[in-house]
Design a protein around this ligand. Sequence first.
Ligand SMILES: Cc1cc2nc3c(=O)[nH]c(=O)nc-3n(C[C@H](O)[C@H](O)[C@H](O)COP(=O)(O)OP(=O)(O)OC[C@H]3O[C@@H](n4cnc5c(N)ncnc54)[C@H](O)[C@@H]3O)c2cc1C
Length: 392
Amino acid sequence: MAITDFLELDRTLSDEQRIVRDTVRRFVDAEVLPHIGQWCAEGRFPEHLIPMMGEMGLFGSTLPEEYGCAQVDSLTYGLIMQELERGDSGLRSFASVQSGLVMYPIFSFGNDEQKKQWLPKMATGEKIGCFGLTEPDGGSNPIGMKTRAVKDGKQYVLSGAKMWITNGNLSDVAVVFAQTGAAGDHRAVRGFLVEKGTPGFKVNEVQRKIGLRASNTSELVFEDCRIPAENLLPGTSQGLKCALMCLNQARYGIAFGAVGAAIGCFEEAVGYTAQRAPFGKSLDHYQITQMKLADILTQITLGQLICFRLAALKDAGALQPEQISMAKRNNCRMALETARRCRELLGANGITYEFHAGRHETNLISVDTYEGTYEVHTLILGQKITGKNAFD
Ligand SMILES: Cc1cc2nc3c(=O)[nH]c(=O)nc-3n(C[C@H](O)[C@H](O)[C@H](O)COP(=O)(O)OP(=O)(O)OC[C@H]3O[C@@H](n4cnc5c(N)ncnc54)[C@H](O)[C@@H]3O)c2cc1C
């Protein structure tokens, strides 16, 4: 039994769930961990891994087989995210966006033609997507979005900008949410498919990031950008709620992914402190080290429990957004703190790309921020507890 399976959750997995989890684990060990430090140093996403991930069925994996997807259950999806992020948050971010923020909205809000056009090629990784909701003036309050879509005959004209968009520069298509009515009218927000190369659509990569360096982050700019009216995702008629439904998919995967990053850091720290011996005896003989490791393992185990429960609720169709908020908020903070403490256990080595904890720590700053910051999820939970909306 692996020490990070402290409560023997593995016993509850089906053979299929275990096989998928172990396949992704081996992929990350062989193809990601030996090279990830270099990709981060270069600040580039490893695009050559995309077809391999497609081959393994890691994109849109819960969607139906008729679109070329693996149609796995929610726990399997979560474990895929966990294993990818044990490698790097950038890799999991790529798969999360492709799956939960692009394929999911096309599947849920698109028409048959849109589904047939995009989903099979996105499942293999031949086509890549991004999701544009956040704007330069503030991401925590999407109701205040300024990007507009105005109907003009058989076209919509988009104007505005989206910021911090994962996969932006790699994408063939962007799912973009824009205001079609009066400013602040959440019911009039709609989702659109904007294809790469559309006149008036520009993508600028964000440079000099201090974390998530093996991930592409971009600004999307729309200047008199005309798209065919049929690029509207017709099912987004419920307004901003549809964008929030997409976020819930991605936040669910992030809760699992954060556990993976924490496991990666913990396993490294256990191995390191067993051989590093600045006072003659290895560091793991010392009580302070053992206390740190005991605290970290306890927090990882609690994070796993919350994820397994989310998966059961999700498959039962009973998962509430506030439950996802609790998991996203807690597991991201847990993973960030775990990475910080593990990096501390590595001493000076912890700040290099030769080891993993420092890289995970700088990645997790972004993971804690995106898809709703810690504070935003605090207010969502606060509203659930008190019945009072602190966002107004
Ligand atoms: C690497 C990376 C990738 C990303 N990828 C995507 C993507 O693919 N698609 C996308 O749409 N977005 C993406 N984002 C954007 C992300 O979702 C936003 O950064 C996030 O929602 C926060 O928005 P903001 O940065 O504008 O911060 P702001 O909204 O300006 O908030 C600033 C600070 O104020 C706090 N705050 C805000 N409101 C309140 C309040 N009412 N009370 C108390 N505190 C408050 C916040 O918690 C935060 O600490 C990404 C971000 C990063 C860093």
